[in-house]
Design a protein around this ligand. Structure first.
Ligand code: NAP
Length: 312
């Protein structure tokens, strides 16, 4: 593609879409590149109740993101669905090479987010999609009236466990410590939910079954006791959901953009170490990864991209 955009935004989660909206409103030529569906992590989040002004009962991640996508489009952001394989970010014109073509821009906003960490148990790959899942919104319905286990103790694990109780007959949270990391308000709701129980100080060591997951081996990290949990004979399977945090999607930028533990280092104005290259959202080193902070990052990054271009 010969066109040189003012801004290319990589990733259409809340950070990328907010950047697209702001850049579009600044009358910059903008291209948003995304390899999958819009939304990043919030595409698989059932309920969003902490985005300011969000008071629509039952607002889901996908419905919020659909409005964000529409809004970015309304202000002129172009869209392209492509998987970027390599990037050249050092020069004055930034180049991104995808499966479908090449893209060029004066500035780039990296908003590629993060993906769920694997549980780390034996046979995890074999049973992913056959009982093991990382997305309650996507897969909860498969476990209608079954038993499910959730690994993790943070906000995601506890919120998703509560969501799963709408489908499963019983949800057990398996946490490696004896205390949850989740916000107190979220914990209180989980403790009050009669369908949720807890296995403390425990980790899942192995998943098993024939075709589908029907057995997990859980170890108590304090006592060393190993427990084998088997699905009810009538059920023949159960679910195991992992929510133990995220890994950043930053492999493409290694060796060009400065990373800390895989996250992109920026200043408070979203500048990376490279001129004309900005980062926004969960991919950044930051203290709070939320929709509201991702959207704010995107707005700042786009505004800074505009300043950068007008000073060229
Ligand atoms: P998180 O806060 O990093 O929590 C990860 C949880 O998984 C922790 O309890 C951790 O245990 C456990 N864990 C980590 N590695 C593990 C391993 N190898 N084996 C077993 N357990 C492991 O991740 P998150 O819950 O996905 O949340 C990510 C960010 O999004 C946070 O900033 C969170 O506040 C935010 N978030 C907010 C909301 C909301 O406000 N509604 C909803 C979802 C997420 P330890 O506690 O022992 O470290």
């Amino acid at each position: 593609m010969d066109k040189i955009y003012d801004v290319i935004i990589l990733g259409a989660g809340p950070a990328g879409l907010a950047a697209g909206l702001y850049a579009g409103r600044s009358r910059l030529s903008v291209l948003i590149l995304e390899k999958g569906q819009d939304g990043g992590q919030i595409a698989i989040t059932d309920e969003i109740e902490n985005y300011p002004g969000q008071m629509v009962e039952g607002e889901s991640g996908p419905s919020l993101i659909a409005r964000m996508s529409e809004q970015a489009k309304k202000f002129g952001a172009e869209r392209c669905s492509d998987m970027i394989k390599s990037v050249e970010l050092q020069g004055e014109i930034k180049k991104l090479v995808g499966v479908k073509g090449e893209y060029q821009a004066k500035t780039v906003i990296l908003a590629t987010g993060a993906f769920p960490k694997p549980i780390g148990c034996e046979n995890e790959g074999k049973f992913t999609g056959k009982g093991i899942s990382f997305c309650a919104t996507c897969d909860a319905a498969f476990f209608e009236d079954f038993e499910v286990f959730v690994v993790g103790g943070g906000d995601s694990a506890v919120e998703e466990a509560m969501y799963l109780t709408k489908f499963a007959r019983k949800v057990t949270i398996i946490h490696r410590r004896d205390e949850l990391r989740a916000a107190k308000s979220i914990q209180e709701k989980a403790f009050a939910n009669p369908k949720i129980s807890f296995m403390w100080d425990s980790v899942v060591e192995r998943a098993d079954g024939e075709e589908l997951l029907d057995t997990i081996v859980v170890k108590n990290v304090k006592t060393g006791e190993v427990t084998t949990l088997k699905a009810d004979e009538d059920d023949g399977l159960f679910g195991l959901f992992g929510f133990i945090g995220y890994n950043p999607n930053s492999k493409l930028f290694e060796g060009q953009v400065e990373l800390v533990n895989g996250y992109i280092k920026t200043d408070e104005n979203m500048h990376t170490n490279l001129p004309g290259v900005f980062a926004a959202g969960d991919i950044r080193v930051k203290s709070l990864r939320q929709v509201v902070t991702a959207a704010a990052d995107g707005a700042i990054a786009a505004t800074q991209a505009e300043h950068y271009i007008s000073n060229l």
